[in-house]
Design a protein around this ligand. Structure first.
Ligand code: NAI
Ligand code: 15L
Length: 268
């Protein structure tokens, strides 16, 4: 049967807030969790992924988990280690102990951020392109995908790892014209990842059907995802303001954009 009760971690964040609005329309009952309290949601669980007992209690009785919680940008390694690496491990352990069979993991394009962006007639980036993280943050997403594979092989817990592009109300850069996922398509994709059968561990890219798409959405579509949006209506204005992506600009050369070129965060 399709999952009904879904734990949404990171529910106070940008994507969590968008999904809290949109996913109930698909019939889900959301249980919310975040480090931070959520205004207007007094029942939301306020907990740190570092607190194993709290995480175990949070997953008890749900049919599935959408795991968005964590640090969503580059940060010192120690912080990434706690929130994204240990935190995601705690969540999977809790799922194993409590018998939750399906997790949707918010991976990121930054797990493969050092992949050159396709140009001209280059093929779209395939889903099995090697991990090439562009930051400690991206590295934690590579780890999360491996963790998901491990919990499938070892314990039979299914995951769809979604390498999300940029899920915001509107694209705000020329790069985002290629990687943008509209919030409505985000909800469509999460719904597909929750309801598709026999996913084992499946990795998909998460974006709308953008005219300037850089990656292959075939795997996402095979789960039943049918994106309805395209960033193209935003293109003229963004290109007029910012110009086209430039050859010779390193941040424009790779999938990960500025995550590739931003100075590393010390201490290593
Ligand atoms: P965000 O930073 O707005 O939200 C993350 C939430 O996680 C925050 O509310 C924060 O309080 C919570 N959190 C952080 N550490 C925690 C911990 N130790 N325990 C419990 N909660 C914790 O990020 P956003 O944009 O909403 O992204 C959500 C997820 O999707 C993140 O995992 C991010 O890496 C991933 N993602 C998002 C993309 C996007 O376009 N928004 C693109 C690619 C990946
Ligand atoms: C991400 O992984 C970040 O969480 C999000 O804030 C955006 O920066 C996005 O990637 C992106 O690549 O635009």
């Amino acid at each position: 049967p399709a999952p009904r009760t879904v734990l949404l971690t990171g529910a106070a964040g940008g994507l969590g807030t968008l999904m809290r609005d949109l996913l109930p329309d698909y019939g889900y009952e959301l249980r919310l969790l975040d480090l931070r309290p959520i205004e207007g949601a007094p029942d939301a669980i306020v907990a740190d992924l570092g607190d194993k007992d709290a995480v175990r209690e949070a997953v008890r009785g749900v049919d599935a988990i959408i795991h968005l919680a964590g640090i969503s940008l580059e940060a010192p390694f120690e912080k990434i280690l706690k929130a994204n690496i240990e935190g995601t491990y705690h969540l999977y352990e809790a799922a194993r102990e409590e018998g939750v069979g399906r997790i949707v993991f918010a991976s990121s394009n930054h797990a493969v951020g050092y992949t050159p962006r396709p140009q001209g007639d280059d093929p779209l980036i395939p889903i099995d392109t090697p991990h090439r993280p562009d930051t400690f943050y991206g590295l934690s997403k590579s780890f999360g995908e491996d963790l998901a594979q491990f919990y499938w092989d070892k314990h039979g817990i299914e995951t769809v790892s979604v390498r999300i592009g940029s899920c915001f109300a509107e694209p705000t850069s020329v790069r985002m014209l290629s990687v943008w996922m509209s919030p409505a398509d985000g909800a469509r994709l999460f719904h597909a990842t929750l309801t598709a059968e026999n996913v084992g561990h499946t990795v998909v890219y998460g974006s709308s059907a953008n005219t300037r798409l850089w990656w292959d959405l075939t795997t996402a579509r095979s789960l039943g995802y049918d994106p309805q949006d395209d960033s193209e209506p935003f293109a003229e204005k963004l290109i007029a303001e910012q110009g086209e992506l430039q050859d010779g600009n390193e941040a424009h050369a790779y999938l990960g954009g500025q995550f590739v070129t931003d100075p590393p965060i010390w201490p290593y």
